[in-house]
Design a protein around this ligand. Structure first.
Ligand SMILES: [Mg+2]
Length: 455
């Protein structure tokens, strides 16, 4: 070989990524870090490989890390780049609401690994960009029963650069006011209580009390018997009126947390607030009642929205024919990155916009941002952590702050674009009773069932 040939060979070698051999990449371990306060509870997830690459995922807010860890034995030894094949293997172990959290966390970490293995950002693997940055909408819990006070909080968000807002409007704002809500005895109390954390109590009575909270809150909306009175509707009308008096009409304002009311009360509220031009009215009734969603949307000019608890594209499909205006998947329930891209594209075929629900760490935010960049009918991505001053410090490698002037900029870095998770930061925010981060999960290695779905 001549010297030139050697140099040529060396030059070629320089251009080959030798850090990873994607075809030989194998999953060797899955571990979690269960944190609280960013803004709620969630579990950060790592998938480890035989080539040193680590993929990041996250189990949905409020969901158990078990939903992901129980899948470990079905994934060890596999090539994480076979995302769709592995997703189809494990998707039978997800469900709506928090049950979708495990499958979705794994799917996201697989995309991160595939991106890192091939040196490509996730949005590019989805087909490329429709936009350079992601519009973020700022959700704002209304703690004070005053539209003016909530308006001031929303105005602070606008001053931070947010161009899209959301607030709560419903039972929570008025149920303490005599004559505002008709309620069968005890029902409102059931909605005021919370199930608490994992160590809420160890006695049998304490456990029964927690389970009773679940039972009370899982009564489907049409069966609660709760109704707004005209006085209640007047109060809600006045509340959003006061908000608009403060924030004006420059920015879209979405409405959430109406409460577990009936279709008919949803229609009454929607008609009352049409004049305030809401961006959408969210989750008025359970998403499974697609016929009722059709009636709701046909009865009002307020765009009707739902979707944060729906698992998989097939969960959305009946709803897409109901005529609603906005779907609102959460990537950590919907099945992850590719499934949400498919959901968005299917919605687009029906003339429906896609907003994205998100209430976790920068890992979940980046997974959603990559889908948002790559999906044409995307409208806005939720952000729930304005007051969490350590939120940006959970990871390295992203722009700081990640949400700047109301937008997330997605870089060209491989995978989700996250360099690493900062152990010192997350160690300070562990869920109650959690003994450490990234602890061994060997006890899940031999989890087994005969997973054949058809006999
Ligand atoms: Mg919501």
């Amino acid at each position: 070989m001549t010297i030139d040939e050697v140099r040529l060979a060396e030059g070629v070698e320089d251009n080959i990524r030798t850090a990873s051999r994607p075809s030989e990449l194998r999953i060797t371990d899955i571990r979690v870090a269960e944190i609280v306060g960013a803004p709620f509870t969630s579990a950060l997830l790592k998938i480890y490989t035989n080539q040193g690459l680590v993929g990041f995922g996250e189990v949905r807010d409020g969901a158990s890390a078990t939903y992901a860890l129980m899948l470990k034995s079905r994934l060890l030894g596999e090539n994480p780049c076979d995302i769709d094949r592995l997703f189809r293997r494990i998707k039978q172990f997800g469900g709506h609401g928090r049950q979708g959290g495990g499958v979705s966390a794994i799917e996201i970490a697989l995309w991160d690994l595939a991106g890192k293995a091939y040196g490509v950002p996730v949005y590019q693997m989805l087909g490329g960009k429709f936009r350079d940055k992601v519009r973020v909408y700022c959700d704002t819990d209304a703690e004070k029963p005053s539209g003016t006070e909530t308006g001031k909080r929303l105005k602070e968000r606008m001053d931070m650069g947010f161009t899209f807002l959301k607030m709560d409007l419903g039972l929570a704002q008025i149920s303490h006011i005599p004559g505002a809500v008709v309620a069968p005895a005890g029902v409102l109390e059931g909605f005021r209580s919370h199930a608490g954390g994992r160590r809420v109590g160890q006695s049998l009575e304490q456990r029964r009390a927690r389970n009773a909270v679940y039972d009370a809150q899982n009564v489907p909306h049409p069966f609660t018997g709760l109704h707004f009175t005209e006085k209640g509707l007047d109060l809600l009308d006045q509340y959003i009126h006061e908000v608009r008096e403060v924030i004006g009409y420059e920015v879209p304002l979405a409405i959430d947390h109406v409460g577990h009311i009936s279709l008919q009360d949803g229609i009454r509220l929607a008609r009352r607030i049409e004049k305030y031009a809401p961006a959408w009215l969210e989750d008025v009734i359970p998403w499974q009642y697609t016929d009722q969603y059709r009636q709701l949307q046909e009865a009002t000019s307020v765009p009707i929205c739902t979707g944060e608890d729906i698992y998989l594209k097939e969960g959305f499909e009946p709803l897409l024919n109901s005529g609603i205006s906005v779907i609102h998947p959460d990537l950590l329930t919907s099945g992850g990155i590719l499934e949400t891209k498919k959901i968005g594209d299917a919605a687009q075929d029906h003339g429906i916009a896609m907003a994205i629900h998100m209430a976790e760490s920068p890992i979940a935010a980046m997974a959603a941002a990559h889908v948002a960049i790559a999906t044409e009918n995307f409208m806005a991505l939720e952000f729930h952590s304005v007051e969490v001053d350590w939120w940006d410090d959970i990871v390295t490698g992203l722009p700081k702050p990640l949400v700047k002037d109301g937008f997330i900029t997605v870089t060209d870095k491989p995978g989700l674009g996250i360099d690493d998770v900062v152990d010192e930061v997350i160690s300070q925010h562990l869920q109650e009773g959690v003994k450490g981060i990234w602890l061994p999960t060997d006890h899940w290695d031999d989890e087994y069932s005969w997973d054949r779905t058809w006999s």
